[in-house]
Structure formats: C-alpha cells, structure tokens
Ligand binder design. Structure first.
Ligand code: BGC
Length: 803
C-alpha cells in the first residue's frame, strides 16, 4: 500500500460492511458508502447515501411504547450498475455478475486519497472460461458538490462477446443499516416518482414523509457506442428505473461505461426545483475526463490547506482520518445548515445526530478551514432559541443545548435504547449530559481565539455564551451547609453512570467535568462580554435583560462551584469513591472484550452504576480541554489546589477504572498521558489510531466512522504534541512534548491573517517558519521566552528529553 492509498485485497463478505464505511466517498454536502454497484442491499451489502442535514422523523412502536426518532435519511441509491455476458452461442443473458459470484477470480479495492477516487478491480471467469476484467473508478465530486460519477472499464481477456450493462437509480431504499434499530420504522421516503426523458437520462424524485424534503437524483449512462437508452422496465414509474446498453467486447480490448449522477434536495440554495436542477446537472457535465480533472484540482486545494505529514504507519492512518474528515465537513459544508454528524455521513449509527463530538473536530478545522468551523457554529446559533425553549421547559433560564441535535435543535436523544446483549429496551438517560452546552461555548471561544473573528464573537458568539452561562447559573443550586454551588441531576461524559445505585430518579450530582467547565464558561463569558464594544454590550443587555447583579452572580458561581474529591483525587461525581470496585481481571477473563461493560452487566441483571467503572474519559477530559497551567488556575479560582501530584494521582486513578467503550476515550487518554505518563501515551495513541481502521469497538465502524476520534488524532499531533495554544494577545504558545514512537511531523496552519505557518518536528527538535509571502510578524511564546518571527524567518526549538 502506498502512503497515498488505502487498499483491500480479496473479497471478504464478513468485512464488507466495514469496508463500505471506510471506502465511503463524500464532499461535505453528501456522501455514499463504498458499496458494490453490482449488488442490491441485503446480506453483507448496505449501499447508503446521505446528505448533510437531511433528516426525517418517524414514530415506531417498541416495547409497548410509541417512540419518535429523527434520522439522517438514506437517499436513493445512485450506484446500481450491473453487467452480464450473453451466452457464447447467443440468446438471453446469464446471471448478473456480483462479487458474491463463484465466477469471481480476484478483487481489489483502493482509495486514492490524494485524488478522492475509489477504485475497484475485479476479474471474473465464467463456466466457459471467458475472463472478464473490470476496473471501476468512483468519485463524489469535490468541486461541484451535487455530482458523482462512476467509470467502469471492461476488458475481454480471452474472448469476443457482448456485455449487457444496466444502470439504475434505486429509490426503494429504507434506513436499515443498524441492526439495533431494525424494530423501528425506517421508511423515510414517499411519493416516489421516476422517469426516462428522451435523452436517455433516468431520474427519481421522492419526498421525506415528515420533513417534506424533496430529493431528486438523475443519471446519464453512456459508452463510446452511445448512451444507455433502453428503459427497464419500459413502462410505469418504477422505484428503480434503469437503462440498458449492449457493449461489443473484442478480445484484448477495453470498453468503458460512464455514469454521471446529480443529486439535489429542496434544501439547496440557488435552485428552483430539485429535479430540474438534477436533470440540468447531468446534462451539462462535460464528460468524465473534465469532471475528473476538476475533482482532482479541488482535492489538491484541500490537501494544500490541510497539510499534515507524519511518517510510517501512524502517518498513513492520520492521512486516512484527514481524508474522511474532509469528506464529511468540507468547505461545501460551510454554506449549509448542518452540524457535525458524530458518525460522519458514512452510516446510520446515532441517526446522523450531532453530539458534543464537534469538540474534537473544530479545533483542527479552526486552524485550516475556519470558514467551515464558523458554518458549524452557525448551525448551533440558529438553534439557540430552541435551546432556550428546552431550558424553559425544564424549568431553567438560558439555553440548554440538546445532547443529540438534528434538524430543528430539539432534544433528539432516543427515549429507549436496546441492549443487544440482553434484548431489553431500556430508558436512555444520556440526555442529562448538559455538559454539551460547555462544549458549544468552548468551540465558540476557541474559534474566536483562532481566527480573531471579532464580528462573530460580538454577535452570534456573545449571544450563545450569554445564554449558556445563564443556563449554568440557573442550574446551580446554593448549598448552605457546603458553602458551595452545586449542579445536580446530570450525567457526565461517562455514560455508564446515569444514576446512583438503587435511585428511582436518574442523574448524578456535581460531575467534576460539568462543574469545572461550567465555571470556565461563566468566567470566559464575563471576559468576552466585558471586551465587547460599549454599544453592543448595551444592546445585548437591553435585549436580554442582563444586568450587573446577574453578572456578579455568575462571577460568584464561577468561583464557588463544588468540585468533589476523594482519596486525594478529583471525584468523577459526588459519591463516585463510595461505589464498589469492579473485578476487572475477573470480568475480562469471563467476557473477553469488556469495553461495553454496561451491556454485559445489565444482561446479568446487575448495573454498572454500582461500580467505579467508567465508559470513557470523564474527569480526564479536563486535561484534554485545558493545559496544565490553565487547569491549575481554574481549580485555584474554585478554591482548590490541583498540583502536579494530585493531577497525576487523578489520572492514574481513572486510567485504572475505564473500559474505553467510546473511541473518544483512547484519544483523550493519549492526550492527557502525553504530559503525565509519556510512556503510557503511545498505547492509547495507537488505540485512537486503530479505532476505526481495525474496528475496535466491536463492529460499530460498519455503521459509520467515528469522526470525533478521527479528527482528534489530527489534533493530537497539531496541538497536543506541540503544546500549541493561542494566547489572549494573539501570540502562539508552544510547549512541545516528545513522543519517541512518532519520529517526526510536518504541518502548516492558517492562523488569522497568516497562511502557511509551518511546524516541522525532527529528532533534533521543532522548526517553526513563516513563509515569505506573509507580511506581519508572529510572536511565539515559549515556556521561558518569546521569539518574534518575521516573514521568511524560521526558528529551531530543541526538545526536552522524554522520560
Ligand atoms: C460516546 C459519546 C459520543 C457519542 C457519539 C458515545 O458512545 O459515549 O461521548 O458523543 O458516542 O459519538
């Protein structure tokens, strides 16, 4: 495998779903799984096409309850293209070839990461010894986000014959990609129409049943012998309209068939009717070669802005992660009303919902594609009023962002979830993860720091910070006995703990991560509001009723929120230290993989709530968000001393009690350990790298990639290993840590007005350089001094020895 490709050799039905997810192609507007165009959905094949922000709501009956779920809709499948040879003596066709066929002799899949092309190489040999070689190239266009294309080349190795090729669009699709959801209603498309205009194009149009989004897909298929014009079926309005063409194959020669596709929805801007736009799209495409050229150039521009080079296997996987990040949230996303789907646009897990995972995605984007970060923050801002309503309905002030968000910003977390190990539907209390609000605030603040976008901060940014702070203030209760404010009845990032053992009501008190981040949000909001131009501050005050008394109250809370401790470590929540210890060795011996401890224990009639066992980094998330000095200062402001020893003890304590049932966990542990226990960090770094490519979470990658972990690994290099921070005065802080297993790295960032600020790590240390073209200078703040770089300057920083 070259460093710019991602390859699979041989066909393996057991791996097909995983490969489909990992070979998905997308452009930030829509994506299509890497499914085989020869095969309909079924068995190991699950073709899926999803457009950012296209959701639909359905109700279902499960476990005697009516539940309502909003899903990212599986759109009409544009892939179908199948082929068969006519029998040697003539007559009607044999079976269509598929990779599941006994005639398959070889199979290879290859993603060209540089150019965004997915290649498939197949060889078939039928019972009469005719060998047919097939090479197929697929793109989801990175320049024109509505286009996709498939070129298929057929070579008759040892025969002359006729190949029948059928190209179709299948609108008879449902959301059926996640086994756990199969008891739920998945029929999102209705009013399916289709047609074959005279110019040999086929099209389908459908509407999502509840959200009423019209989706149209059109396809033109042609070969050097002309367009595929024979309609199949020839009458009616089928859900799978197809056209056929016969190709004359000559021994040793290659014939190509091109299928050009356009997809539009009624959410698009600058169109009249989606079907018109789709038909217009396929008719005005110049041809495969030109299409490919524009696509390659668009990718070239992306890679230039995204530059991050790391050698060896780690670098290869990081490039693959970057490829998927760019396919899910590209510059095309900036103009859409869409958030960060936790599982990419690669599958249906978590229904395409938007969680706090953007906390792991935006920091990377901020320094390469700030306009995309801004677009994603605007998705949150447009739902600010809805978040205020959520707060009001729950009896609070301000804005309570939902744990899972979809189209209109209501709480989309499912009410019941299925434990596949026990077959039981259980209440889902993860909606109590109100820390999502702090994640939104953190992203607002970090975006503004990275870009210096004062206008955004004065308007959307300030409005979000203000309302999130107001929520935290109203959620904080004064406890006279403790002399502290408390935040009660919440769930922290560790979703295994959603209640005290034997409690009748869900929720926990004083989750340390929630309380400390709430204090941080209040403090930053106060600073940000104070920094606003006088007139804007007055306008906001008038509009929201914010006054000095409220500000003083926020300040007080930000200094006196309760942070629980036990045995000299920060407690994940009040009472965590009183829970039982789990027999980790016994459990692993009995069950093997215990990442999903919650399911294992529930199936046994027990509950993970009784144990000191966390799903993922929770308290340690504090070390992910805040570098050591800032974390110390935050604790100090809250009246606690968090010295290095206490933090180290806290880290060791939770490392020993975490099952890593989320891909985010390995990432955060790698990040935190890089500074606390560097020798342990690499194992977690590898876990984060292998999460999707080796499908470590037990078969979940086939249902969609884990975008947060993928983007987070990029940021591990960019910000964790360099200690890169953006200081309040605009200087770049640097405090690199060695990671001996990673022999070097090289990346460039777009920082405010500076393009191409370059960081190169080699064994001797870190080089930072500013390209000639940039006019202003840049201050680099090191632990012990400040260095000013002028255009064309570079600076070498020798690294401390690792331990
Ligand atoms: C994790 C959450 C995450 C969600 C979506 C869950 O398994 O526990 O932290 O937000 O997946 O990726």
């Amino acid at each position: 495998m070259s460093e710019w490709t991602w390859e699979y050799e041989g066909y393996d039905p057991a791996e097909e779903t995983l490969r489909e997810s990992l070979c998905s192609l997308g452009n930030g507007y829509f994506a299509t799984r890497g499914a085989a165009p020869e095969c309909p959905a079924g068995g190991p094949h699950y073709p899926g096409t999803y457009a950012a922000g296209v959701y639909n709501r359905l109700t279902s009956e499960v476990a005697g309850q009516t539940v309502s779920n909003e899903d990212m809709v599986n759109l009409p499948n544009w892939l179908p293209l199948r082929y068969r040879l006519t029998p040697p003596g003539g007559g009607s066709g044999t079976d269509w070839y598929t990779p599941d066929d006994a005639a398959l002799r070889s199979y290879r899949q290859l993603l060209d990461l540089r150019a965004g092309i997915y290649e498939r190489h197949l060889v078939y040999e039928d019972a009469s010894g005719r060998r047919l070689r097939v090479r197929q190239f697929r793109v989801v266009h990175m320049d024109d986000p509505h286009l996709a294309a498939l070129r298929t080349e057929f070579t008759a190795e040892n025969f002359d014959g006729t190949l029948e090729v059928e190209s179709a669009i299948d609108a008879g699709v449902t959301n059926d990609g996640v086994a756990r959801y199969r008891e739920l209603n998945g029929q999102h498309l209705a009013e399916i129409m289709s047609g074959y205009p005279e110019d040999c194009t086929v099209w389908v149009r459908a509407r999502t049943v509840n959200s009423g989004i019209t989706v149209a897909v059109a396809a033109r298929t042609y070969s050097s012998e002309g367009p595929a014009c024979e309609p199949r079926p020839s009458t009616g309005t089928p859900t799978r309209p197809a056209t056929r063409i016969n190709l004359t194959l000559k021994q040793g020669e290659t014939a190509a068939v091109d299928k050009i596709v356009a997809l539009h929805t009624s959410r698009d801007s600058a169109i009249s009717d989606p079907l018109d736009a789709a038909l217009d799209g396929v008719r005005n495409v110049p041809g495969w070669d030109e299409l490919l050229l524009d696509h390659r150039l668009a990718w070239q521009r992306l890679w230039h802005r995204a530059l991050l080079e790391v050698p060896d296997e780690a670098g290869h996987i990081l490039r693959f992660h970057l490829f998927h990040v760019l396919q899910t949230v590209s510059p095309h996303t900036a103009d859409l009303d869409a958030g960060v789907p936790a599982r990419g646009l690669n599958g249906e897990a978590y229904r395409g919902h938007v969680f706090w995972d953007e906390l792991f995605v935006l920091p990377y984007l901020n320094l390469h594609f700030p306009e995309v970060s801004k677009g994603l923050l605007r998705y949150r801002h447009r739902r600010l009023d809805r978040a205020r309503r959520l707060a009001r309905d729950a009896g609070f002030d301000g804005a309570m962002y939902p744990w899972q968000s979809g189209s209109d910003g209501r709480e989309e977390t499912q009410e019941l979830h299925l434990n596949p190990s026990s077959g039981r539907w259980l209440p889902d209390n993860s909606r109590l993860q109100h820390h999502i609000g702090s994640a939104v605030a953190y992203n607002v603040w970090s975006y503004a720091r990275a870009t210096g976008d004062a206008r955004f901060m004065e308007h959307e940014g300030a409005e979000m910070l203000l309302q999130i702070s107001r929520f935290w203030a109203s959620k904080s209760e004064w406890d006279g006995d403790l002399g502290r404010y408390r935040i009660r009845r919440v769930v922290g990032p560790d979703e295994y703990h959603d209640a005290y053992p034997d409690a009748t009501e869900p929720g926990l008190d004083d989750n340390a991560y929630t309380n400390v981040t709430a204090a941080w949000v209040l403090q930053r909001t106060l600073e940000s509001l104070a920094a606003l131009p006088e007139e804007r501050r007055a306008e906001l005050a008038e509009h929201t009723g914010l006054d000095d008394t409220e500000l003083a109250h926020w300040d007080d809370i930000s200094r006196r929120l309760h942070v629980p401790f036990h045995q000299g470590v920060v407690s994940q929540f009040e009472g965590y230290g009183e829970l039982r210890e789990l027999d980790w060795v016994g459990m692993s011996t009995k069950y093997g993989d215990i990442r999903r401890l919650d399911r294992v224990l529930e199936a046994e009639g027990d509950s993970v709530n009784r144990y000191q066992a966390s799903k993922q980094a929770d308290t340690l998330m504090l070390g992910y968000l805040f570098p050591p000095r800032e974390l110390r200062a935050l604790f100090a402001r809250l009246g606690h001393r968090l010295d290095d020893e206490t933090w180290r003890r806290t880290v060791d304590y939770y490392v020993a009690r975490t099952s890593h049932g989320s891909t985010l966990s390995g990432l955060v542990h790698a990040w935190v350990l890089a500074r606390v226990r560097p020798t342990q960090a690499w194992g977690f770094f590898q876990e984060a790298l292998r999460g999707d490519v080796a499908d470590l979470q037990g078969g979940t990658t086939g249902e969609g990639i884990h975008l947060g972990a993928m983007a987070g690994t990029l940021d591990l290099v960019q910000r964790c290993l360099t200690g890169l921070r953006i200081r309040s005065d605009g200087a770049l802080g640097l405090d690199p840590v060695p990671q001996p297993e990673l022999s070097g790295y090289d990346f460039a960032i777009h920082y405010r007005h500076l393009w191409g600020v370059r960081f190169r790590m080699r064994s001797g240390g870190l080089d930072i350089s500013l390209p000639e073209s940039n006019r202003p200078s840049l201050d680099i703040r090191l632990v012990d001094r400040t260095v000013t770089l002028r255009p064309g300057d570079s600076f070498h920083l020798t690294l401390p020895e690792g331990d």
